[in-house]
Each structure stands twice: as C-alpha cells, then as structure tokens.
Design a protein around this ligand. Sequence first.
Ligand SMILES: Cc1ncc(COP(=O)(O)O)c(C=O)c1O
Length: 366
Amino acid sequence: MEYERPLFFQVMRYAARADRDVIDMVSGNPDWEPPEALREGLAEYAGGEPRDFQYPPSEGLTKLRAEIADRRGVDIEQIVVTNGAGEANYLAMAAALERDVSEEVLLTDPVYPYYPGKTDLLDATPRYVATDADGRLDPDAVRAAASDETALILVNTPNNPTGCVYDERTMREVVEIAEAYDALVVSDEVYDHFDYSGTFASALAVESENRIVTNAFSKSMAITGFRVGYAIVPPELVDGVKTRHMLVNVAGSRPAQYAVLQALQKTGPGYYARNRERMTERVKTFTDALDRAGAEYTMPEGGFYVLARFTGFPGTLENVERLIDEIGVAGMPGEAFGNAREDWLRFALLTPRVEEAADRLAEYFE
Ligand SMILES: Cc1ncc(COP(=O)(O)O)c(C=O)c1O
C-alpha cells in the first residue's frame, strides 16, 4: 500500500514554503487555550510515581471511562477510550463491516476525507449520498441509497466541511434506516461542543443497538495533539472493538487520559461557551467579508469551517496556491471533500487573524 499523503499536508507544505506571510485557514487545530485544569493535571502527572508511567488499562483509564459514561448516560462497559475520534471512527467502521456480510459504506458528499480513506483501508465500497446546498442530509436520500448491501451509514454532525447540524428527526430516521437493513450508524460527533444552532442531536438520543457514537476531546478541549477520544459501542460489539484497539495500540496514552479526566471534572460550562462565542464572532466577521467579496457560502450551524465559492475562481489546488502566493491566505480545495463542492474552498476559522484574512479575501475579490 502506498503512503497516501492527505491533500491537507500538501497545502500546508506549500504555505510553509511561500515567500510571504500566510494566514493558515487549513488546519483543524484550535488556536485557543485548553482548560486550565488540563495544564494542571499534566503538570501534576509529571511528578508521579514510576508506576504511573506504565500501561493503563487497554480500554482506557477506568475513572475516565466512568466519567464519560456518566456524562453520556451509558454503561461504562460501552466506552472504549481511543487515540482520538480518528481511531474511534476506524474501530467503529471495522466493527460494522465485521458483523455484516455486506460491505457497502454510505457516506455523504461532501465528505470528511478520512472516511473514504478508511473505507478503502477496510476493503469496503463507498456509496455517496448527496446533501443539499446547505449540507442538509435528507433521510429519504439515505433511504433511497440504502439496501441489503449496506453495512454502515456514517454521519458527522456538526459537519466538516459543510457546518451543517443534523436535527433529531434526521438522526432518528437515519438510525431507523440502519435498523431496517440491520446495518450500523456511526455518528462522529467530534464538534458537538460547537453547535451554534441549538439543534444538535446526538445519535445517543435514539435508543438503538445499531449505532456507535464517536467523539474526542481534541476539539472541545483544544488538544488535537493529545489523542484522546472514545467510542460508545453496543454491548454485543464492544469486545471486538476493544480487541482491535488492543492489538493495534496496546493502550492509549496514560498522561493524556489523566489530564483529560482532570479537565472534565474541573471545567465548568463557561469554558466551552466562551469558545463557542469566539467561533460565532469569527463566523460573522468572515461571512460579512464574503458578502463584501460577492461570494456564495454556507453559513455554518456548527463546527469550525466555512465553504465558499468565488465567481470565476474554482476551488482547485492551483487556485488555493494562487491565494497563498497573492494574498497570503491558505484554504483547502473543495475537491478534497468529494465531488459535490469541487468549485468551492474550505476555510477553517481557527486563527486570531480571521478578520485580516477576511479583509484580504474581500479586497482581492471585490
Ligand atoms: C469530522 C472529523 N472527525 C474526526 C476528526 C479527527 O479527530 P481526532 O483528532 O480526535 O482524531 C476530525 C479532525 O479534524 C474531523 O474533522
């Protein structure tokens, strides 16, 4: 198998080599502080005993699993702590494909690129369901695409890259479709703390044995480098998920899990609210500038990203490089996210320089 370098790295490398100041709107790394208790937990850990530096339980620190289970209202036995949402998604997809003789994976278009990558890795076949202009997923379209061949339906809400938040009716119907074909829903909710619409509904709201919810602290605690996430798995699948996790990783990082546990226990809702507010302000600043530039865009209901289309300027890799060279703004080409938005560009609003980037774009396209 060849090493498949994500387009994301290619754009980052191009931006790093540019002979000018470039504002990074490519990466999904939050630019704000983690919870204070996370830093404290990590510092405290450094002074621990040698035994604290050894393997944790493979499925995750028991206290962390208990804390997550308590918050999510599920049994602790259903929680497997993973190396971020990335591993949780992989384990969930593998579990769905393992339990089913069929091998079709329903994905949305636009799509977060690692999903088709993992589908390929697991020797499964992707089948795409188009979303509407705002990124909304029509359950009827999912129903039309589903069949006995469907092993799993993968949804992501709030969505990367569309910013769409799926409501409870959508989640319920998608789970019901999965049940009708005895498939699994994998619901990636890594941006759940960044719902600006107030309509976010976790797949957990739908009681079912046919769904796995994945999540992580990467975005909610601004710690993409810590690699702590989790999967909430139906009881009959959890042993398979734990086994795959153990055989691939042995275990996750103990200090990272410890620090996340401290942060979960000691951080009030204000921390998350402040980060949400910061993002809603950035969305306003950025979309106001897109209005000035006469661009078409999706108004995010959640998450970190804005998709935009500029007249006569398709979102190709070549045009992304042109924006880096000419105005020092780095975005992602739409082609990275499936076929539906090839003409568009995706901008991550994870820089304190959103206003400056917005002004540069407005001036360039005005
Ligand atoms: C939709 C989605 N899922 C998963 C991930 C990866 O999350 P983690 O860093 O927790 O593995 C990302 C990262 O950008 C993402 O956008």
